[in-house]
Design a protein. Structure first.
Length: 420
C-alpha cells in the first residue's frame, strides 16, 4: 500500500453502495425545486480569487484560511476552487444580465472546497445545494425559502431539524452595534481568547459565534444587536415571523446567529439537528441585499440558503431512509452459442420495453450463472439454453417469490414479466 496513490485527504469517493441514497436525494431535490419554480444555474468550479475575497469578506474563516487558491502558471492569474456557491451565482447573474428579465429564482448544486480539518460532517470537498432568489426584497421571499426547507425535510424523511432565525439589521445599524460591541469586549481584553482578540477590531460580530465557554460567559452580558436595529429591519423581521407562525413553522430566535460570510444582512437562519454531533447545521442562509452591487452589479436585493448534502445524507441514514436501489429487474442467463446469440436480442428487446436487464458475461455453468442472478438482486432470471434458442423462447424464473418458472416467446416476454 505504501506505493499506491490515495485520494486527497478530506476528499471522499462516493461508492456505489452509497450512491443510491444520493440518487434519491437528487431526484427529490429536482422535483421539489421545480414545484417552487426554481431553475438550475451551473457555474464553473474555479473562479477568480478576487470574487470570493470581495464577496465573502477578507476577515472570515473561509478567506483567511480555507481557500484552495493557486496561480495558473500559464497566465499568472490567481484562481480559487469555489468554497461556496452564492458568489459565483451572483457573478453569473450580473455577467449575463439575468435580472433584466425580472426577479430570478435559481438553484445550483455541486462540490465545494474548503481546507478545513477533516472530521465527521466536515470535509475538504463537500457538496452543497444552494437556492437563491434575486431581485425580491420582502420578507415574503425569506418565508418562501424557509417554507421550502420545511417541506424538503418532510420529503427526505428527516423530521428532527429545528429552525433558528435572527436578523442582522442593515449595514448602518450593524455599524452602530459593532462599535458598542467593541467597547464592551475591550473591557475584557485580557480574558479574550486568541481568535476573539484577532477579530476584535476586524470582525467583532464573529466573536458572538464563539464556541469557547469562557467567551460565551463574557458574551452573556454583551449588548444585543436587536436594540440597535433600524425600524425597517425590525418590521421585516416581524413580518417574517408572522408568516412563519401563520404557516405553522416552528422557530427559535437565536440572536447569536452570525453567519460565517460577511455579505448577509437582515434575515439569517439555520436548520440544526442534534443527531449529528458537533456538525449539526445542515442548512444555512439569509438575505444579502448588498452583495450584487458589491461585486459590480446594479443594486438589487437577494436572499438564499445552502445546504450541506453530506450532513443531510448522514441524517437520512440516522432515520433509516432508503435510497434508490440500483438492482436489475432481470438477470439474463444463457449458455451455448445459439443461446448467447439470442440472448443479445432478448436483452435489448426487454430494455426497449423499459426493463433493467443485466446480461451475464463471462460464461460458466447454468448453476454458476444462477448464483450470480440471485446475488444481483434481480426479481427474475431469464434463462436461455439451446432448446429455448431453437424455439425462440425464454424461460422466466421468479427469484424472489414462490411462483412457477414459465416459458414465453420474445413477443410475450415483456407482458408476462409485468404480470407475474
Ligand atoms: P460551519 O459553521 O459548520 O463551518 P459554515 O457557516 O462554514 O458552517 P456555510 O458556509 O453556511 O457553512 O455552508 C452551508 C452548509 O454547508 C453548512 O451548514 C454545512 O451543512 C455545509 N458545510 C459547510 N462546510 C462544510 C464542510 N467543510 N464539510 C461538509 N459540509 C460543510
Ligand atoms: Mg465553516
Amino acid at each position: 500500500m505504501s506505493n499506491s496513490i490515495r485520494a486527497v485527504r478530506g476528499m471522499n469517493d462516493i461508492l456505489p453502495d452509497e450512491t443510491g441514497l444520493w440518487a434519491f436525494f437528487e431526484d427529490t431535490i429536482r422535483q421539489w425545486l421545480s414545484a417552487y419554480g426554481y431553475r438550475n444555474l451551473r457555474t464553473p468550479i474555479v473562479e477568480q480569487t478576487d470574487l470570493f475575497v470581495r464577496s465573502i469578506g477578507a476577515v472570515t474563516d473561509i478567506v483567511e484560511k480555507e481557500m484552495y487558491t493557486f496561480i495558473d502558471h500559464l497566465n499568472g492569474e490567481s484562481l480559487t476552487l469555489r468554497p461556496e456557491g452564492t458568489a459565483a451565482c451572483v457573478r453569473a447573474v450580473i455577467e449575463h444580465n439575468l435580472l433584466y428579465a425580472g426577479p430570478q429564482r435559481l438553484y445550483y448544486s455541486g462540490p465545494m472546497f474548503r481546507h478545513e480539518r477533516p472530521q465527521k460532517g466536515r470535509y475538504r470537498q463537500f457538496h452543497q445545494v444552494g437556492v437563491e432568489a434575486l431581485g425580491l426584497a420582502g420578507p415574503d421571499i425569506d418565508a418562501e425559502l424557509i417554507l421550502m426547507c420545511a417541506r424538503l425535510w418532510r420529503l427526505l424523511g428527516i423530521p428532527d431539524v429545528r429552525l433558528e432565525i435572527s436578523t442582522l439589521g442593515s449595514v448602518e445599524s450593524r455599524t452602530v452595534y459593532r462599535s458598542r460591541l467593541i467597547n464592551y469586549l475591550e473591557k475584557f481584553a485580557d480574558e479574550l481568547d486568541e481568535d476573539a482578540r484577532r477579530r476584535l477590531h476586524s470582525n467583532p460580530l464573529r466573536i458572538l459565534d464563539s464556541k469557547n465557554p469562557a467567551m460565551r460567559e463574557i458574551l452573556e452580558g454583551a449588548p444585543r444587536l436587536l436594540d440597535d436595529l433600524d425600524e425597517d429591519s425590525l418590521k421585516h423581521f416581524e413580518s417574517l415571523q408572522q408568516i412563519l407562525r401563520n404557516q405553522g413553522i416552528n422557530f427559535e430566535i437565536n440572536l447569536r446567529l452570525v453567519r460565517g460570510l460577511d455579505y448577509y444582512n437582515r434575515t439569517v437562519f439555520e436548520w440544526v439537528t442534534d443527531k449529528l454531533g458537533a456538525q449539526g447545521t445542515i442548512c444555512a442562509g439569509g438575505r444579502y441585499d448588498g452583495l450584487i452591487a458589491q461585486i459590480g452589479g446594479k443594486p438589487a436585493p437577494a436572499c438564499g440558503f445552502a445546504m450541506g448534502v453530506e450532513r443531510i445524507l448522514a441524517l437520512m441514514l440516522e432515520n433509516q431512509v432508503e435510497g434508490v436501489a440500483a438492482v436489475p429487474d432481470v438477470y439474463l442467463v444463457h449458455q451455448g452459442e445459439a443461446a448467447t446469440e439470442f440472448a443479445w436480442k432478448v436483452a435489448e428487446t426487454l430494455r426497449d420495453e423499459g426493463f433493467k436487464v443485466m446480461q451475464h458475461c463471462g460464461g460458466g455453468s447454468f448453476k454458476a450463472q444462477m448464483k450470480k442472478a440471485d446475488a444481483s438482486g434481480a426479481r427474475f432470471a431469464a434463462i436461455i439454453g439451446d432448446d429455448e434458442a431453437l424455439a425462440g423462447e425464454i424461460s422466466i424464473k421468479p427469484l424472489r417469490e414462490a411462483a412457477e418458472q414459465v416459458k414465453a416467446d420474445l413477443a410475450e416476454a415483456a407482458a408476462l414479466l409485468r404480470n407475474v
